[in-house]
Design a binder for this molecule. Structure first.
Ligand code: NDP
Ligand code: 8X3
Length: 260
């Protein structure tokens, strides 16, 4: 097991569930110090306590709403009380709201998706670069999606938001070329987390249909990819990674086994 993360400070947005929570635990197992943000503090505390039991050098958590500049700034101020150097920032907070066509779409859903998946990544990155650039090291890992690469019906705003995340990652890679800071985007396909329940606003039956008849990625599968990307040697940058369930060839070409 690589020692590269031991006592390194790792900041994860959206660490209260899904990929973010699983990645926090994955980094903890490598002995990293994890700093966790999200809106649900009770869930964050549970994740943080699990990290401490799993081997984290330190684990602390603070409320964070990436759709608010004031909240991101307050979160960054809190991080500065813990450390002046962040080795890894995982911009994971985000998700989809609704699956209506553009004709039926709601401003509120579109705004939430842009605020979290696009502006949230920009805000958090701006806040944490000052804890990386003076040290000439750091790694920004953004969580995109296959939706940012291929459009699908009912996904216009989410696809646009994740396409935004992809282009932010690419622009940052260029902007930070001489800084020795790595930038990666990890773009999963269907993964069973709270994502579909959030997207379908608590409609459990509809959410479970998303994964019907196939084995989706798990939060742990994606977390493993995140930690693997972060533990490559310093001269290796995994720019873009796409991972999908074996039964998913593209966003919309999915092999589902029907019940006999
Ligand atoms: P979850 O719904 O399980 O996790 C989403 C996380 O984001 C939660 O911790 C949530 O915390 C946090 N979050 C949402 N909005 C905000 C906000 N405004 N401020 C701070 N935190 C926020 O889903 P996933 O783990 O699946 O999603 C993680 C990322 O992966 C998202 O960016 C999603 O778009 C992306 N993704 C998901 C895929 C999937 O199929 N599951 C596939 C590809 C990409 P809280 O509500 O406590 O604030
Ligand atoms: C989540 C994957 O295909 O549901 O980003 O949009 S998908």
């Amino acid at each position: 097991m690589s020692n590269a993360l031991r006592n390194q400070w790792v900041v994860i947005t959206g660490a209260s569930s899904g990929f973010g929570a699983a990645a926090a635990e994955g980094f903890a197992r490598f002995g990293a110090n994890v700093l966790l943000g999200a809106r649900r503090m009770d869930r964050l505390r549970q994740v943080g306590e699990t990290c401490l039991r799993s081997g984290a050098g330190a684990a602390a958590w603070h409320s964070l709403d990436v759709s608010s500049t004031a909240s991101v700034n307050a979160f960054a101020e809190w991080v500065r009380t813990q450390t002046d150097q962040v080795s890894v920032l995982v911009n994971n907070a985000g998700g989809a709201m609704g699956m209506e066509t553009v004709a039926q779409g709601r401003d509120e859903d579109w705004e939430t998706m842009m605020q979290t998946n696009v502006l949230g990544v920009l805000r958090a990155t701006r806040s944490f670069l000052p804890l990386m650039t003076p040290h000439q090291s750091g790694h920004i890992i953004n969580i995109g999606s296959v939706a940012g690469r291929t459009a699908y019906e009912g996904g216009a705003a989410y696809c646009a938001a994740k396409a935004g995340e992809l282009q932010i990652s690419r622009a940052l890679r260029l902007e930070l070329l001489t800084s020795n800071i790595r930038v990666s985007t990890i773009d999963p396909g269907l993964a069973e987390t709270e994502f579909a329940m959030v997207r379908f606003k608590g409609d459990a039956a509809r959410a479970s249909k998303t994964y019907e008849g196939l084995t989706p990625l798990s939060a742990e599968d994606v977390a493993e990819a995140i930690v693997w990307v972060a533990t490559r040697p310093a001269h290796v940058c995994i720019d873009e990674m796409v991972l999908k369930p074996t039964a998913q060839a593209t966003v919309y070409k999915v092999h589902r086994k029907t019940q006999p």
